[in-house]
Design a binder for this molecule. Sequence first.
Ligand code: GLP
Length: 251
Amino acid sequence: MNFRVSIDIAPTAAEAAIRVSARIAEHISIAAMSPRPCRLGLATGSTPEPVYCDLAGRVARGELSMASVATFNLDEYVGLAKDHPQSYHTYMHRQLFDHVDIDLSQTHLPRGDAVDPEQEAKRYEQAIAAAGDMSCQLLGIGRNGHIGFNEPGSEPDSLTRVVQLTEDTIRANARFFDDIDDVPRQAITVGIGTILRSQHIILLATGESKASAVAAAIDGPVTKGHPASFLQTHPKVTFVLDRAAAGLLRD
Ligand code: GLP
């Protein structure tokens, strides 16, 4: 077991998501009392969907307000307009923004349809830095260890940029599209260096299919061959896992 990172193993995927939602809600509530508003870094994919559902439930019950929260998503597909059904803009509205009291002008994602994606990546990196970096960053993990869309080979000090997606990631994400040929081959992603500037990082992984990526991230060497392993160098990272995703961790 790696003692440099904090690991929270829940009995089920549903319970893991509730634990992540509770951590985020606590973070938002504490930040709401401080002069600096909460800057929440958000992830997409199937894994965080129950987290967003639970956060929306807390807001609906009056237990939480997201009115003072600024959000910055990790990534967006190059070429997809905001209103494309598979854009991460659309995903965020469907999963969270349309169900909570967030100020939409404080929700940020890279523009996938920007005329100059490289310039858009630079603008997005500057916006994150100008906001004071993330006070809390939520991450998922790809089966190849990618975080955001930082594929294997990404440098630890990389910033927001345009990246090529690997065949593995394109195949994994094809389930959201009608045809694998519709999956964009490029994305704008915040960098590993951008992520590592966050004050607190929470990585949620559930299911057996993530077990080897999680084990390599926590127990393996710190290497750009497995981008999530760079999280071992961060002073405040919490992996929230279900038993299946934790199944290959060393004792
Ligand atoms: C995409 C996203 C990642 C996410 C990954 C895993 O590649 N860019 O941020 O972590 O998918 O997604 P899932 O949770 O669906 O397995």
